[in-house]
Design a protein around this ligand. Sequence first.
Ligand code: GGG
Length: 338
Amino acid sequence: MRKYSIALMKGDGIGPEVSQAALAVLDAISEKFSLDFEIVDAPAGDIMLKKRGEALPKDTISAVRDSDACLKGPVGESAMDVIVKLRQMFDLYANIRPAKSYPTIKALRPDVDLVIVRENTEDLYRGIEADMGDSAIAVRVISRRASERIAEYAFKLAASRRKNVVAVHKANVMRKTCGLFAKVSREVSQRHRGIAFREMYVDACAMNLIRNPQDFDVILTMNMFGDILSDEAAQVVGGLGLAPSANIGDKKALFEPVHGAAPDIAGKGIANPIATILSVKMMLEWLAFSKKDVNCAKAAESVERAIVSGLKKGIKTPELGGKSSTEEVGRLIAKLIF
Ligand code: GGG
């Protein structure tokens, strides 16, 4: 039986509830696919800031460093000190955010299947900001190295999908930063002649995600545009409650729902755990690839199968029109794992 150590960061707000539901699914996977997951608590977020004065304590960083993979719930106001810092610390340069239509879910179209590949380590999210008299300024960092490796990631991913990449930028206005990203994307596209490539300004992309979402396969973009477009893409296919993500580096990876801590519904038992459960699926896919573990690949397929089957049975939280609680969705999806 292969054993994996998973650093679990439950996070703030609805984080503990959705994480608990995902753990129920992970337990079922463990049993059905002979996989042993050792869950290591790795607390972080507003809750730790309040308790210990730091949102990302050193022992949590060590737990992430020593783990095979990290599963993270949403954090509240300390996102910059937790997730943005972890991405930079562990060089998790590729933020992968799929948006897919699922049966029985009200979406703009039933045939959306796209992935946003977002550069995850630089841009305005590098956090270089300063007060300047009555103004405040921010520095936007876009490097050739980071642009090239994320573009390579996007083209390689597209090769396993519908072979179509759209690079999203705003190079008509941000000539230097977006200009470099666009130029490097173009250069990388020349190395992948079998993949269709086009460019789109971010404002047009925002519109086309509503107008023709089914036309997108892989969207390649920078950090902040990717953050914004991925919330929009999630809504196109039914909402943030269904949106998972992966933060992938060469050696390490962290998986988390796209959504935030949603303090307004925390503790009510109505948060949708599917985004976190789909993040577990992405974690299993990454373990399958990085550890060459066929059982993890089979387990990943079973998670999506169980979710689809659950949705068809009406296992849904209230925002999707269902009556199930967070705990029920986790428990019932876990029962459908085979
Ligand atoms: N709008 C969804 C949300 O609040 N996501 C959490 C968040 O802001 N994470 C920071 C990031 O992904 O860069």
